[in-house]
Design a protein around this ligand. Structure first.
Ligand code: SF4
Length: 341
């Protein structure tokens, strides 16, 4: 069993997860409509039951928004989620084709569903280019999954050549039925650590769950459920992994794509640079700054943080305001910190 320092463990990683570990997977939230109302649902109030689309955090109004987001993070794959993606089947198929056409067959696409799609639907998804499917059956069906439509759907998906698995929160350890079905189809089992969110907090508390500690959203007992299971294709995804590793790695990829020559990329994937307000281009040139070391727009110069620091005293003498900014590398990324010199 492999472990990482986020608390995740696995003896098998589906391709979709491999890319997620690298921060190379774009999350395509294809609709907030679902209707299932799982007690642990983490979808935010802003998105829940709304027919809206996001690529990572970017709202998608046109196809270009989706493609721009994928390019900005240098995505190697996409995970399609919701809500229930298959309630918008046409949209899902269109986006799979769009992504495959633009980025090629190697752009890996996986899809989550809480439904049990029939062969015709699975075929159309496969034909469009879907690589992997993750079933999320309702909790009450897990012990007897072998006698439900999910079992039929999972077997069909496998027959069609889709990498197939079940992905559920680590709540119940009565997963014998799920594991024997997965053994039959050589499918994977992804268990997510149960997490508190603003939308499920009351429901989780009502059922007796408590956070593992003050610094984490993870619910106590969830990791132990996953740890008690014995299956060769099991992957446990910790809450800390999602917060720390996944997001940071994605930011780092975005930063590498968007950084200007003079931006410094931090270990957290944020960008640091100097900002000078005022007419200072001549002073920068006289000080020997090369053209690629600064950018002038609307009376504001962006430059390397150390150039701003070294020239701060002189710049202030001619009436400029000088500071260092740290911000997220995404489009219009929010400022984490602004320090005046
Ligand atoms: S199926 Fe997924 S999106 Fe729908 S309610 Fe359950 S957890 Fe939320």
């Amino acid at each position: 069993m492999e472990k990482d320092n986020s608390g995740s463990f696995f003896n098998f990683l589906p391709e979709g997860c491999r890319l997620c570990y690298k921060g190379a997977k774009m999350v395509l939230f294809v609709t907030g409509i679902c209707g299932k109302n799982c007690f642990y649902c983490p979808v935010s109030n802003e998105r829940r039951e709304k027919d809206i689309i996001f690529a990572n955090e970017r709202p998608v109004k046109r196809d270009e928004d989706l493609l721009e987001e994928a390019i900005s993070m240098d995505a190697l794959g996409t995970g399609i989620t919701g809500g229930e993606p298959l309630l918008r089947l046409e949209r899902v198929i269109r986006y799979i084709k769009l992504l495959k056409n633009k980025f090629g067959k190697m752009h890996h696409i996986h899809l989550y569903t809480s439904l049990a799609p029939n062969r015709g639907i699975l075929e159309s998804l496969r034909k469009a280019g879907l690589d992997e499917i993750r079933f999320h059956p309702p909790q009450n069906m897990l012990p007897t999954i072998g006698r439900t439509y999910y079992s039929v759907s999972i077997k069909e998906a496998k027959k069609l050549g889709l990498c197939t698995g079940v992905e559920i929160p680590a709540i119940s350890n009565d997963l014998n039925g799920v594991i024997s079905l997965l053994k039959e189809v050589d499918g994977f089992l992804n268990l997510n650590e149960l997490e508190f969110s603003e939308t499920n907090f009351a429901e989780l508390k009502k059922r007796g769950y408590v956070p593992v500690d003050d610094t984490s959203c993870a619910a106590s007992g969830s990791k132990e459920v996953a740890g008690s299971l014995d299956y060769g294709k099991l992957h446990f995804c910790s809450s800390r992994f999602k917060d720390a590793v996944q997001l940071r790695e994605r930011l780092k990829r975005t930063a590498k794509k968007s950084a200007r020559y003079f931006d410094e990329i931090t270990d957290d994937g944020t960008l640091v640079y100097g900002v000078i307000e005022g007419n200072c281009v001549n002073l920068l040139k006289e000080a020997g700054a090369q053209e690629e070391m600064f950018e002038y727009k609307n009376g504001i110069v962006n430059t390397a943080w150390w150039i701003a620091r070294d020239l701060a005293a002189e710049l202030k003498k001619i009436g400029c305001k000088v500071s260092v900014i740290e911000r997220y590398p995404t489009k219009n990324g929010i400022i984490v910190e602004m320090t005046p010199f």
